[in-house]
Design a protein around this ligand. Sequence first.
Ligand SMILES: [Zn+2]
Length: 267
Amino acid sequence: MRYIDPHIHMVSRTTDDYQRMAQAGCVAVTEPAFWAGFDRSSPQGFYDYYVQLTEVEPQRAAQFGIKHHCWICINPKEAEDVGFARDVIALIPQFLDKPGVLGVGEIGLNKNSKNELEILEAQIDLAAKHNQLVLVHTPHLEDKLKGTLLIMDAIANDGRIPPERVLIDHVEEHTVGHVLAKGYWAGMTLYPETKMTPQRAADVIECYGQERLWINSAGDWGCSDPLAVPKCQQEMRLRGHKPETIERISYDNPLQFLSQSERFSIE
Ligand SMILES: [Zn+2]
């Protein structure tokens, strides 16, 4: 069954991952800018990463018939040095009009610190000024709920970006209801064992329905699974969900959200 993986860090994956994803039904991916597993030593390191996201990965994906898109930002794990982060943010506008760039992301919070919040607000401002979609990272630590509420407050306080243009990712059972109730889109990141598994995601879909909800693998340089989306499709099939329900979660919903950017295309 065809699917879109709307959150996966392909720069960290091998070319045969693209091949296996294509064989499993993947037609498009979107890749948020994130931490590379180490802190970059200069803004120039981010510039090179943005070139990799906008020029190198689309070509690698195209070999297997997969459309590659990306999101540009400085991630919260490297936002603690505010001066450094502002120098990186100054590089971003030149990338926002490139083909395949969908918006600003994944911005958000990691440890919910004051400096992270300042850089989050600066990037909400950037997205609003350039009329961009936003993809949000929520903390994986024990403060996920607090961080999620702080992020939604920051977006609402800014007031220029409507909730339907924001996807809040890495939701779990205790945060998904808050996100959906405020009109945002919610993403469930599927991990092999920890955090949200394909089984738990299927439970959430059964409890909260299918509106404004998507699934993704967030595959990166750590323990993660680039085939997590088709595995969740299989879990839903085994539970007796209809093919249209499975397709809505794994294809129609990402298509609907991402198509708000004219630069998203699966043709
Ligand atoms: Zn990510």
